[in-house]
Design a protein around this ligand. Sequence first.
Ligand SMILES: [Zn+2]
Length: 339
Amino acid sequence: MRRLEWTLPTLLEKLREVLHFSLTADRNNPGWYYAKAANDLRPNSVVIDLIFFRIKIPIPTEWVVVYGPNADISPLRYDVDKEETDSSITQQEELRAWVRSNLGRINQVQRLYSDVTDMPAGSLSGAGLKTLTSENLEDELNGGPHFVSLTGHGYSGGVAHLNEGLMNNLTNGHKTFIAVADSCLTNQFDVNDAIGEKLVKYPNGGAVAYVGNSRYSWIGIGDDFRLAFFKAMKYTRNLAMLNDSRCYLAGDTNGRPYKIWTIFEQTLMGDPEMNVYRTDLDAYPKYIGNHKTKELHRSTCQWVKRMATWNMRYYDSIEEGINLGYDGCAFCLKAYDHG
Ligand SMILES: [Zn+2]
């Protein structure tokens, strides 16, 4: 859940107060919520009827209603912030550990964190740990990483120091990266343009693909989706299918309204048919025909592993194989399967 906090900077200290989100806040119950409109202060939410129950999802708007004592309703400013900021590091470390044990060829990792004081024990060791600053991030992105996993307070203009200003310093050329962001709004495609789209369109480098949220990301939920994306890499290298991994969480009853929300608004910028390399083996031909059975497979298909090497024929495209008389595998190339 997001949180609202107000800040009163003084010369001596910062005074801060965290206000509680509540769809039922009123004169007798302090709290805050997003209102429908400037002239309609009822809580803004959408009710979704599922088969067995209905869920009420609060929808953020630009209007916030706050009930509470004077200090709460007339601060110098409000901030909408995520709770548990430290969890973002824990979640990135969880992702790193998963990738290390499951995708062994992805073995060069650089970690840029804004605050390492709360890092889990044992994770401080190892190479590539740096403070997250604009300069360090720019250096690393110019090195041309394959994947970039982003976390932090996002808005359409950027996240974690990655904004248009930094982008304009990128010179990574054709060594573009695939970014996956668990942040609010960095893929808000209804503005011109959010950072996700900007990075993909950036002519001197930037990203070749960007997976992010077109709306708000929910704390404790967004990182599950990012992890699902990388987990799907065990089974496919097709970029669209990697982004479709978000749909695996549809049946998850834990925090379900927020998961359904994310399934609707997690968006991919880039060519959905692009193949994502997970190991150097992926750089070999994309389609493999069985010369004996005349079946054509994706190189990642489980049947390829059982094929005798002397029966393998390599093709760059489906069409190349089909034109030579192959039929698509019923498992991995269903659309081209004619039985
Ligand atoms: Zn197959």
